[in-house]
Design a protein around this ligand. Structure first.
Ligand SMILES: [Zn+2]
Length: 84
């Protein structure tokens, strides 16, 4: 994210593009986010924040890799991996 020349989200005018905005707030990815949230809930994960999504913080070790896999799938679907 810090490598982007333009610090603002390309889809939300005048909102700084941060990992937090992209993962948790940007309406552009809402539908993908809803899917991710449902998949996490199916795993018994109800916390939806950056530490959980990126590091599976506070999640039972048996489910950590599954959570990270879902986050990667989200990143792939949003096609934002190359922008990070
Ligand atoms: Zn946005």
């Amino acid at each position: 994210m810090n490598l982007a020349l333009d610090p603002y989200c390309p889809w939300c005018i005048s909102i700084l593009e941060t990992m937090n905005h992209f993962m948790l707030e940007c309406p552009r990815f809402h539908s993908h986010r809803v899917v991710l949230q449902e998949q996490l809930r199916a795993l018994g994960v109800t916390t939806f924040d950056l530490p959980t999504l990126l590091g599976a913080t506070g999640i039972d070790s048996s489910r950590q890799s599954a959570v990270l896999r879902l986050t990667c799938a989200f990143l792939n679907k949003t096609n934002q991996l190359q922008r990070l």
